[in-house]
Design a protein around this ligand. Structure first.
Ligand SMILES: Cc1cc2nc3c(=O)[nH]c(=O)nc-3n(C[C@H](O)[C@H](O)[C@H](O)COP(=O)(O)OP(=O)(O)OC[C@H]3O[C@@H](n4cnc5c(N)ncnc54)[C@H](O)[C@@H]3O)c2cc1C
Length: 400
């Protein structure tokens, strides 16, 4: 993995093409790549529950410790699980990302949960996990995003590395819609005239707040409740579903098929009054079920499979946006499923892939990469002209 300045992200590079010659077309690197032709049914060793993968139980809940719940990304499930397993000496440590410097995070072996950050929405280099597993003795809880967990799983299926599998006590994946490269964060800082050194995404409660930091100051933005139109547009560009890392657009593994436990936000209606944070938890294996049964410091409520769809929308939960993107053609029909909230598993709405989505992917993304942030925002505003006009008309009417 090398850092690509132009794209603002860590990505794989072929450094020594002699290895490719040795491999003789067997594509060893691609065989562990989570975005290349992965058979997810085989990976999960299950075709149960159709696109949701194998599921033993679904539940919702939050930490009984108010501080942990309020300060964690969602309901504090990951922090509480790590704490339980460490306190009960079931594991020798947790493999979690921690902060290095600036925007950089990397996986380490931890025994202090206070070093674990909240959700980091920009691209992380996860490759150190393999080195950690090779060097360490003992058993570890592995925490990561679906693509990270999947690549580790594929790697450990190689005979040569199979022995490392025993060191993983269990695999916990976050639900992941998509993540960004660093150019989105840089653009956001530029729009706010801020000299960005660090960033955090989910502070204080359910409705995430983004904080930009440098040595002398900090700026806090409420993503769900922008103060003015400018803030709203800047937030929209930052978190736009068509401006993530491009590989994320093709992902179908948002609810990690090969993890023991998958955890995300319980966005379903029945928690709409909650403003602190509640997790949705999917247990895929017996191990996963056993782990949650040990968590006395976490309040569990019964959940249902249908709630995964309701909480995440079909596009995430069923990975259909990725399936759709694979079918995108430059001419003819552009079909991708709409990211609409629905309670109904069979209610997967499809819509004609809009020209404006393609402009975001093809043009605005490139403007962001080449750091022409103002041009990117102008074009973005132009694409959302209807919204701009509606906003100002409403304001005029209110005044009148
Ligand atoms: C990029 C990204 C996209 C997400 N998209 C969705 C979504 O669409 N829907 C949804 O319901 N939930 C999504 N989540 C998950 C959600 O933000 C919470 O992480 C999840 O609900 C767990 O909350 P918690 O309170 O239990 O976590 P915490 O107790 O706060 O623990 C979070 C832990 O997760 C790990 N972690 C955080 N970020 C990363 C990262 N980038 N790479 C590897 N490990 C990491 C670290 O170990 C961290 O300590 C996403 C998270 C990320 C990072």
């Amino acid at each position: 993995m090398e850092f690509n300045d132009y794209r603002g992200k860590w990505e794989s590079q072929v450094k020594n093409s002699n290895i490719c010659k040795k491999c003789n077309g067997k594509s060893l690197c691609l065989s562990v790549c989570p975005s290349y032709s992965v058979d997810y049914v085989e990976l999960a060793r299950s075709n149960e529950n159709s696109l949701l993968g194998r599921i033993r139980c679904v539940c919702n809940g939050y930490s009984r410790n108010k501080d942990i719940r309020f300060s964690a990304s969602t309901g504090g499930f990951v922090h509480e699980l790590c704490k339980t397993l460490l306190d009960n000496k079931k594991i020798d440590g947790v493999i979690s990302i921690t902060h290095d410097h600036g925007l950089e995070y990397s996986p380490k072996i931890l025994t202090d949960i206070h070093l674990m950050p909240n959700s980091i929405y920009h691209n992380i280099n996860f490759q150190n996990t393999i080195t950690l597993l090779k060097k360490a003795e003992g058993k570890y809880l592995l925490i990561g995003l679906p693509c990270q967990i999947t690549s580790i799983e594929l790697f450990l299926r190689k005979r040569k590395y199979a022995h490392l599998k025993e060191k993983i006590y269990a695999k916990v994946s976050l639900i992941c819609g998509y993540s960004f490269d660093r150019k989105n964060a840089k653009a956001f800082a530029h729009y706010n005239n801020f000299d960005l050194e660090e960033i955090s995404y989910r502070e204080r409660g359910r409705y995430r707040k983004t904080r930009l930091k440098n040595k002398s100051s900090g700026l806090l933005f409420e993503v769900f409740n922008p103060k003015n139109f400018r803030e709203r547009i800047n937030n929209m560009i930052f978190f736009d579903q068509f401006l993530p890392q491009l590989g994320c657009l093709y992902c179908i593994d948002h609810i990690c098929y090969c993890a023991d436990i998958v955890v995300g936000d319980a966005w379903q209606k029945r928690y709409s009054d909650d403003d602190i944070g509640t997790n949705i938890i999917i247990c895929r294996t017996e191990k996963g079920e056993d782990l949650i049964s040990q968590m006395e410091s976490f309040k569990f409520e019964k959940g249902y499979q249908e709630e995964i769809i309701e909480a995440q929308s079909p596009a995430y939960a069923l990975g259909t946006i990725g399936e759709g993107m694979k079918r995108v053609k430059l001419k003819g029909h552009y079909f991708i499923p709409e990211r609409r909230r629905t309670d109904n598993l069979s209610d997967i709405q499809r819509y004609r892939f809009k020209f404006k989505d393609l402009i975001k992917i093809k043009i605005i993304k490139n403007l962001l990469r080449s750091e022409r942030f103002d041009a990117a925002r102008s074009l973005y505003l132009f694409l959302n002209l209807k919204m701009v006009v509606r906003y100002f008309l409403r304001k005029l009417i209110k005044r009148g």
